[in-house]
Design a binder for this molecule. Structure first.
Ligand code: MTE
Length: 849
């Protein structure tokens, strides 16, 4: 099969590399029918125990394989198998390694109830039906097919063999029926999961859809739709509805929330905010994804695999998979070692074709494949490459083409949801002394690694046409300028490995240890002074705090980290944290929403535009009676996934809603829009792009300052009193100030006085102005507001210019019983600090948010 049959030896592999995959994709279990070597599923080892991680979730009834890598925390369960394990399992994936994409809890169906599972066929049909699974199996012909299922948001893939019903009667479908809508039993925040496919596809004998109750000959596992699911061969996995309850024939496409806001490739120029603010983009059926597009990946060499520089005539056998959609066959797979200048043709094995030659019955279903031309499965490719050819190469690239001559593109097609990503798959080749090391683009879930991460960290531009790698001359010069300063956070010379057991001993308040990028830090000495308050360190104890830390700390804070560095977490520990650290607590019954150590889920409920670039986002908590659990002056962390890179983005915000508001929380966010010359704010732009109903992760509270009311506050956990506040803010820095100001003004028994100095550029930049003005009247003389603008228009009657030392001194003399609260953009905060000190204020009197 390879181009160099004479070099078909196992690769020379250094001792550091993973063992080469001695077993190829041929499954061990085969059936010989008509002289055809028919591949059967490899032996399956269905998990029988519920993992600890699942025990606290609504999926506490679902046993799972611990090898699956969780992509979105503990719940809902979204997971994929390591690529090498997947390929090693062969053409037919055992159910326990099959990827899972669940939007919510897995419906619980006791075994005894399975035969009575009911589903309906309704809508524009002449004979609406209500069927049980028992009836479906007894009354309809059963067939068995190999089919590959691939999620639109993924480059991973799996495949299976299912037993299905055939000749399923749609009745003489009403003339206007154009779509078959489907609905599952899983109850989700926005209704049941549902979507649709075109009726025309369903009726096409070469395509069709299946109602599947078995996978690899066994009843479906709970995660895969037990007891009944749809499988739409050749289409993205999102159309294959699990736990099927309804099939509805309609004239128009499905109006299910999950059909509209998921599985779409919007045009590349539709930015996140445009998409979020104009529903027409989401309801335009042209952008809904149905067929899969051609895609391929390299499995061998694996990420991190190394090769000794032996050169000569040694060959390395590269291997991987390819697939396309709509039943279209993969007709070629090509590899390049010179960045796409020239290509080598790989051998392809379409294992599925062996089913076409078989005339047999499998798992009680007829293998009805002889006459079919459609290709619904992944195929495997391999190519022997001389090691010496790899030595001179920067990377190994693969692309495939299908029978409609549709080829994978070189560049990715950016789209809001980051779906159907299918550019050439690139494995970077890095020289390391006597070795070369292979580097895949990314690693699943929170696992670090991959050339994309490396390029990003170095400030490279992944879209520069050279995968962000410097390319001779000009590009290289530009790269240098862009390089982001990397701040060493490790203690030099420290060589100590820490196990998960040792880390977990430091989960408490006494000596909290936490993990950043796999390194362990002791936060004990910093509990007192941490600007984010002791709570944020205790909250991160024995957990991975990388996302939060990297997102909200300055370079100065990072530069201090070597002092607190105590060792490196071992590989087992890292793996354990990569899932438990992002665990969510299901809180349907909890009175208080926020938890300092766990992410909770809120849903975007409403979005109010308060100025051209500022919005109030209202998030719905878990139930109507739930309170947020935040004191005035404290903050919460919001976490989102970048729509394209899927990297976590975390930012701290102070809500503007009343701290005792039930069921909802309002957060004011200024959106930093990008322009030709300036990159937009990653978080604010992503937040603005969320359609209503979408989920965000929330954690907290954090912050060193808390106002308890009536002149009492605590700073770093120490209770203190205050007689008056001077509050200095700018831009969206008004939010924590607003919280404290409101608490004072609204309480008639609070004797504290407040003066607020709010500095902005333009009049429309002054946020919460009406509310602040109203609070001054409510406060009956306790509060005073002073606005100053640097670029106030002609009509502006207030003060002009920045908040200077003179302004501060003119408004509030330095008194020991006064506390100054400061929040605003970095530059402003710095200059105010200097002015305050010059006017005699001691640092102990100043709180910087
Ligand atoms: N069906 C229901 N009822 N609920 C779901 O969350 N997820 C869909 C689809 N069907 C989903 C569903 C998506 S997006 C995919 S990719 C496939 O199921 C995944 O199927 P699997 O989990 O069996 O691999």
């Amino acid at each position: 099969m390879g181009e160099h049959p004479k070099y078909r030896t196992e690769p020379q592999v250094s001792s550091k590399s993973p063992a080469p995959t001695s077993r190829s994709y041929s499954p061990s279990d085969r059936r010989d029918t008509n002289g055809v070597d028919l591949p059967l599923p490899p032996p399956s080892h269905p998990p029988t125990t519920v993992l600890e991680l699942d025990q606290k979730t609504p999926d506490a009834h679902v046993p799972r394989d611990p090898r699956l890598i969780r992509l979105t925390g503990a719940h809902p369960f979204n997971a994929e198998a390591p690529l090498t394990a997947l390929l090693r399992a062969g053409f037919l994936t055992p159910p326990e390694l099959f990827f899972v994409r669940n939007h919510g809890p897995v419906p619980r169906v006791p075994d005894a109830q399975i035969p009575d599972w009911e589903f309906t066929v309704e809508g524009l049909v002449d004979n609406p039906l209500r069927l049980t699974l028992r009836g479906l199996v007894a009354e309809y012909e059963q067939q068995t097919y190999p089919v590959t299922l691939v999620c639109a948001g993924n480059r991973r893939k799996e495949q299976n063999a299912v037993r299905k019903t055939n000749g399923f009667s749609w009745g003489p479908a009403g003339k206007r029926a154009r779509y078959v809508c489907m609905e599952g039993a899983d109850a989700l925040p926005n209704g049941h999961y549902g979507t649709c496919v075109k009726l025309n596809w369903v009726m096409d004998p070469n395509r069709g859809i299946m109602l599947a109750h078995r996978m690899n000959g066994e009843p479906l596992e709970p995660d895969h739709g037990r007891p009944l699911r749809v499988v739409v061969p050749g289409q993205i996995g999102g159309r294959s509805v699990k736990w099927l309850k309804r099939l509805v024939l309609t004239e128009a496409p499905s109006d299910n929330w999950y059909h509209i806001f998921d599985n779409r490739v919007l045009p590349t120029m539709v930015s996140p905010d445009v998409a979020a603010n104009d529903p027409k983009w989401w309801t335009d059926e042209r952008y809904a994804i149905y067929d899969l597009s051609p895609n391929s990946a390299i499995a061998c060499p694996a990420h991190g695999e190394t090769l000794g520089l032996v050169g000569g005539t040694q060959a390395y056998r590269a291997k991987g998979y390819a697939y396309s959609g709509g039943g279209r066959r993969i007709t070629r797979v090509e590899l390049s070692l010179d960045q796409g200048g020239t290509w080598r043709l790989a051998g392809i094995d379409c294992v599925e074709d062996r089913y076409r030659k078989a005339d047999t019955t499998l798992y009680g279903g007829k293998v009805d494949f002889q006459w079919r031309e459609a290709s619904f499965c992944w195929c495997f490719w391999e190519l022997d490459i001389l090691v010496q050819d790899m030595l001179g190469a920067k990377d190994l690239l693969v692309r495939c083409m299908d029978e409609s001559m549709c080829v994978q593109p070189r560049d990715l097609y950016w789209n809001v949801l980051g779906m159907m990503n299918n550019p050439w798959f690139r494995v970077a080749i890095r020289k390391e002394g006597d070795l070369i090391r292979f580097e895949h683009p990314t690693q699943p879930a929170l696992m670090p690694g991959g050339w994309m991460e490396r390029v990003n960290k170095a400030g490279g531009n992944l879209t520069n046409g050279f995968w962000g790698e410097p390319n001779a001359g000009e590009e290289e010069a530009r790269q240098v300028k862009r390089v982001v300063k990397r701040i060493p956070m490790k203690k030099e010379g420290l060589d100590r490995t820490i196990s998960i057991g040792e880390l977990r001993k430091h989960e408490g308040r006494e000596s909290p240890w936490f993990v950043l990028q796999g390194e362990v830090y002791d936060g004990t000495r910093f509990l007192e002074e941490h600007p984010g308050g002791a709570q944020s360190i205790v909250g991160a104890a024995a957990a991975d705090a990388t996302d939060e830390f990297m997102a909200i700390h300055s370079e100065t804070a990072k530069a201090m980290m070597p002092i607190y560095h105590v060792g490196t977490l071992d590989a087992t520990g890292r793996k354990a944290l990569s899932t438990s650290g992002v665990q969510r607590e299901q809180g349907r019954g909890r009175e208080v929403f926020l938890q300092p150590r766990m992410w909770s889920t809120a849903r975007l409920h409403a979005k109010k535009k308060v100025s051209w670039d500022t919005r109030i986002f209202t998030y719905k908590l878990e139930h109507d009676e739930q309170v947020l659990g935040l004191h005035p002056g404290q903050h919460l962390l919001l976490r989102l996934r970048d729509p394209v890179t899927r990297e976590a983005i975390v930012r701290a915000y102070t809500p503007v809603s009343e701290t005792d508001k039930k069921g909802y929380v309002d957060v004011l966010i200024k959106v930093y829009f990008g322009s030709q010359t300036r990159k937009g704010g990653t978080m604010s732009v992503a937040m603005d792009s969320l359609p209503l109903g979408h989920e965000v992760d929330v954690k907290g509270p954090i912050g060193k300052f808390e106002y308890h009311g009536r002149g009492e506050y605590s700073l770093n956990g120490t209770k203190k009193t205050v007689k008056s506040f001077m509050m200095i803010c700018g831009g969206s820095g008004v939010t924590p100030i607003y919280q404290v100001f409101r608490a004072v003004m609204r309480d008639p028994h609070d004797p504290t006085t407040c003066i607020v100095l709010d500095g902005n550029r333009l009049e429309e930049d002054v946020l919460c102005r009406e509310d602040l003005d109203a609070l001054v009247s409510e406060g009956q003389g306790k509060g005073k507001l002073i606005y100053t603008l640097t670029k106030g228009g002609e009509k502006w009657k207030g003060l002009r210019g920045r908040i200077t030392r003179e302004l501060i001194e003119g408004q509030c003399s330095c008194r020991p019983e006064t506390v100054v609260l400061v929040c605003g953009p970095e530059g402003m905060v710095e200059s105010i600090g200097v002015s305050l000190n010059e006017s005699g204020w001691r640092n102990e009197q100043i709180v910087y948010f």
